[in-house]
Ligand binder design. Structure first.
Ligand code: ZN
Length: 224
């Protein structure tokens, strides 16, 4: 019928009314990629982002781009280690894509409970726009209590968050809206943030710095 109306040139207006409701709980899983450390496999450098999204749009900036960048970082490091064994990281690098962040950090809360006794030396996350840096205001910032890594931070693990310098212009106007589509990114955005995470993860996997000293020197609590 709609097809016939359209052929006749009749103007068609369709109104849809969607409502959501709580429908009980279901099982949802974190996704994990790991590159085993060559000489200190029990020490873990964690990088990640949440893999779920809000229920409108496609969840590209929140947080498809963040997870794509972290995924690309660990796959690139694994390929590098395979091709050049001397480039294998000393410590284990683990990428975790947490589920159910939007409903209240369920994936990362469970992950922390299951893994708090492991020796996690550093944790990094991206969740507010995997945009290519345009200036020195884009930083990997040591954080206090933020996002999926906040429980690790609260328990003394040095944690860093990628803060884009374009969050206000390119992230918040689309965040949790129907406009959150992959067209929000340029191809260079994800590559640049992947490079940032690969370099940071590799550095923390190799460094001889004491991590306790690292956090004493640099940590700032931005939770307020
Ligand atoms: Zn998010």
């Amino acid at each position: 019928m709609l097809g016939r109306w359209a052929k006749r040139g009749k103007k068609i207006t369709i109104k849809l009314n969607f409502e959501s409701r709580k429908n009980g709980t279901v099982i949802s899983r974190n996704t994990i990629l790991e590159l085993k450390g060559a000489t200190k496999p029990d020490e873990i450098v964690l990088i990640g982002g949440h893999s779920d999204s809000w229920d409108v749009g496609l969840g590209a900036i929140d947080n498809g781009g963040g997870t794509a960048a972290v995924r690309s970082a660990i796959i690139s490091l694994a390929e590098l280690a395979r091709k050049y064994p001397s480039m294998a990281p000393k410590r284990t690098i683990r990428a975790v894509f947490w589920t159910a962040e939007e409903q209240g950090y369920f994936g990362s809360d469970q992950y922390f409970k299951d893994h708090k006794d492991e020796k996690i030396v550093f944790a990094g996350e991206t969740d507010i726009g995997a945009f290519k840096p345009k200036s020195y205001n884009a930083i990997l910032q040591y954080t206090g209590n933020k996002g999926d890594i906040q429980l690790f931070s609260k328990h003394g693990v040095p944690c860093a968050y990628y803060i884009s310098d374009q969050t206000n212009e390119r992230y918040f106007p689309l965040h949790h809206t129907r406009g959150d589509y992959p067209s929000a990114f340029t191809p260079e955005d994800i590559d640049a943030v992947a490079a940032i995470y690969a370099a940071a993860a590799f550095h923390y996997a190799q460094t001889d710095h004491k991590f306790e000293e690292l956090i004493d020197d640099t940590v700032t609590d931005h939770s307020s």
